[in-house]
Write a protein that binds this ligand. Structure first.
Ligand code: FAI
Length: 522
């Protein structure tokens, strides 16, 4: 058996080659890899010896030769193929271990010139990978050091399983597709004229002309948004730290499509708070959000907002879920719970409720690199709404100044409003939501609904703070929230009739602050 080793990422390659050698496998290798193996005392034949050509053109041509590609591509079951190899003195290559030039790492460097990027496009590597993967029945191909262990174990047991060889081949085509996708994303993101500026770091457009994205199936689902729709959950190759895709399910039934969508809404919202927070989501909207001194108190407050809607909700915490919080949550019907961690006592409590899906997601606040939304025949791509307004950015536009307590409530309400579908109106006080109006076509209706919901929950809006995700186009919406009892309002401002709305705030004697940014969410 002959193996060809040619790797840029040399992690584990020496140990792997030593084990192959111990199994009697003949080692063939390219420049840098061969040098490393030889230094470790392994008998290795350089590819250049086989091809009869030195590696040339700064490594651009090393393995691109019939003596290599013949050895990879010949079908062992076809006598004509084997005869052709024999007549040309070509030996078969039965195992290929290749990983590619680090294009991603190179282009991530801020000083990467176009020339650097181009030199990091691997040519010979993908050619060999594709050749071996095409001939997967006869050639095993390994691109990922994490596969070394399994390959060795099977070789030691006698031979590589057919299923393993097919899995490795599929992995190769996914990998080379992603690699070419990455190159295309980079090149088509370059501004016109980038090709002229030799030695300079090229200007890049925010959105490439061709956008490739590779997603990996994490799980099939019983159905999609509705039972007649099929569905699966796909994960990015490297999801950002702290994103839902990193979840570990500790117990409970299989996650559904709606569970994952709602869990994401809950998790993204709860992550924005520093204090212990709890978010209860129903149909992608928060129906209760609160901060408190601990997780249990945060839950108790969040539940009060709309205990009817909280039934069967998706509940997220930004703190370890402890016994006190678990005991409270366990009293209600909950579909999914999300927390950075659970104490053993909390886990014990949910053991008796095996239907509850418990997700553990490591907490980190990195924003997603982009947002993507399907439309007929295409997708809309935008940067994530990562804007978090700070107190310093707010502009008080009313005659009345908000008190420090009001300012705190306003900022809390504003954070929540960002996660409520537009038009969003959110009444809050003392770090909890009192009434949430979501997804209405009219802002006035949203305001009315939010106040009706607070009334239904028996919560007073007297002295409350209100957030509106976008500006009040007229004073009518403001009048509704004032009539309900709000004494301070936070909104982006920017309406043609801001003057009218500010005059209304002054007339009603409330404090109003502008954020300068809005948070539409559709
Ligand atoms: N040009 C070629 O024929 C060629 N053959 C293999 N490579 C790559 O060379 C790298 C290994 O090089 P070395 O063993 O010299 O460190 C691998 O990433 C492999 O994918 C090549 N390099 C680039 O195209």
């Amino acid at each position: 058996m002959q193996a060809l080793l040619s790797v840029s990422d040399k992690t584990g390659i020496v140990e792997f080659a030593q084990a192959l050698h111990a199994l009697g496998v003949k080692l063939l290798s390219t420049g840098g890899t061969a040098k490393l193996l030889a230094e470790k005392g392994l008998p290795v034949t350089e590819v250049a010896e086989v091809t009869g050509f030195p590696e040339m053109l700064d490594g651009r041509v090393k393995t691109l030769h019939p003596r290599i590609h013949g050895g990879l591509l010949a079908r062992r079951d076809l006598p004509e193929h084997m005869a052709a190899l024999q007549s040309h003195g070509i030996a078969t290559i039965d195992l290929l271990i290749v990983n590619l030039y680090p294009f991603k790492q190179a282009t991530a460097r801020p000083d990467c010139t176009l020339e650097d990027a181009i030199e990091n496009i691997d040519i010979g590597g993908p050619a060999m990978l594709r050749a071996a993967a095409k001939n997967w029945q006869d050639v095993a191909v390994v691109i990922d050091p994490s596969d070394y262990t399994q390959v060795l174990a099977e070789l030691k047991a006698g031979q590589l399983e057919r299923a393993t060889k097919f899995r490795l081949a599929k992995k190769v085509f996914a990998h080379t597709a992603a690699y070419d996708g990455m190159i295309t994303n980079y090149l088509t993101s370059l501004q016109d004229g980038a090709e002229a500026a030799t030695g300079a770091v090229p200007q890049r457009l925010d959105h490439p002309a061709v956008f490739n994205l590779q997603l990996h199936k994490a799980q099939d689902m019983r159905y999609g948004e509705n039972p007649h729709q099929g569905a699966a959950f796909y994960r990015e190759t490297s999801p950002v730290a702290g994103s839902l895709a990193h979840y570990r399910q500790l117990q409970g039934k299989e996650l559904s499509y709606n569970n994952i969508a709602d869990a994401d809404a809950a998790w993204e919202c709860v992550k924005t708070f520093d204090a212990p927070a709890c978010v209860i989501i129903k149909h992608a909207n928060p129906c209760g959000v609160a901060v408190a001194g601990n997780a249990a108190d945060a839950y108790a407050k969040a539940f009060k907002t709309d205990s009817t809607s909280a039934f069967g909700g998706i509940i997220a915490f930004n703190q370890t879920l402890d016994r006190a919080a678990a005991e409270l949550v366990a009293k209600q019907f909950v579909e999914v719970l999300i927390a950075p961690d659970y104490t053993p006592e909390a886990l014990e409590i949910f053991k008796a409720k095996q239907n509850v899906r418990l997700l553990q997601v490591p907490l980190a606040r990195e924003a997603n690199p982009f947002d993507l939304k399907r439309v007929g025949g295409g997708v809309l791509l935008q940067s994530a709404d990562a804007k978090n307004v700070s107190a310093g950015e707010l502009r008080v536009v009313s005659a009345k100044q908000p008190t420090p307590q009001q300012m705190q409530d306003l900022l809390f309400a504003w954070k929540v409003a960002k996660f409520v579908k537009s038009n969003a109106i959110v009444f809050c006080a003392d770090g909890m939501t009192l009434g949430v109006g979501a997804g209405q076509m009219s802002r006035v209706d949203s305001a009315r609904i939010a106040s009706i919901k607070a009334e239904n929950a028996g919560l007073t809006l007297a002295g409350s703070a209100v957030a509106s995700d976008a500006f009040f186009p007229f004073r009518d919406g403001l009048d509704v929230v004032c009539d309900a009892g709000a004494t301070c309002v936070i909104q982006p401002g920017g309406s043609m009739r801001d003057d009218e709305v500010i005059a209304a705030a002054n007339e009603r004697g409330i404090a109003m602050v502008f954020t300068g940014t809005r948070h539409f969410r559709h």
